[in-house]
Ligand binder design. Structure first.
Ligand code: URA
Length: 213
């Protein structure tokens, strides 16, 4: 049982934990890794959207008139941080097909580990939407903070962050820079190593997703 962390929801559903264990295994093939990450993303999406507001809607069923519930407000935006975030996008879109997408291209400068932006394309009315930032690995937190900074610069006020694995160091950095942004993750691992990889982690998520090692 992990200690509760302020603003962090650990999605401990048995299916998520089972799939995560296979994802972590170094022997898991690129194809299985990609498929499992997509499957876990569907389940994480279910949790991160659990408290979305609803409003009443009138419906004519084939039998009777009734009042149902529908999501209220503007459609969601998913904001995957490239490139590993793209590995979670399709699973999340499977659950919310009408969501908009904001792509954020950031890479970690290898020496300083600081985030450098190379791409940003978002819906023009993104400021009015709830934005769910997606990155499988919350490691140092620098990339996550840069993405959240960038989205807030465009006027976004309602943000959530979803990842597969988080390091305590990354959580601390994100929560201290953006205390208003709650985090969902399948697990909080032990620590970062000297190369800023999550331990025990799963290795380089982008490389494992796309077979680039
Ligand atoms: N990014 C990865 O892909 N893996 C880590 O362990 C940390 C950051």
């Amino acid at each position: 049982m992990q200690k509760p962390l302020d603003g962090v929801t650990i999605v401990d559903h048995p299916l998520v934990q089972h799939k995560l264990s296979i994802i972590r295994d170094r022997e898991t093939s690129t194809g299985s890794f990609r498929q499992l990450l997509r499957e876990v993303s569907v389940l994480l999406c279910y949790e991160v959207t659990r408290d979305l507001p609803l409003e009443p809607v009138e419906i004519e069923t084939p039998v009777a008139h009734t009042i149902g519930k529908t999501l209220s407000g503007k459609k969601l935006t998913f904001a995957p941080i490239l490139r590993a975030g793209a590995g979670m996008l399709d699973g999340m879109l499977e659950l919310v097909p009408s969501a908009r997408v904001a792509h954020i291209g950031l890479y970690r400068e290898p020496k300083t580990l600081k985030a450098v932006e190379y791409y940003f394309k978002a819906p023009s009315d993104i400021a009015e939407r709830l934005v769910i930032v997606i990155d499988p690995m919350l490691a140092t937190g620098h990339t996550a903070v840069a993405a959240l900074d960038r989205l807030k610069e465009t006027g976004v006020t309602r943000l959530r962050f979803v990842c597969l694995l988080a390091a305590p160091e990354g959580i601390e950095v994100v929560r201290s820079h953006h205390p208003d942004v709650p985090i969902w993750t399948a697990a909080v691992d032990e620590r970062l190593n000297a190369h800023a990889y999550i331990v025990p982690g799963l290795g380089d998520c982008g490389d494992r997703l796309y077979g680039t090692k």
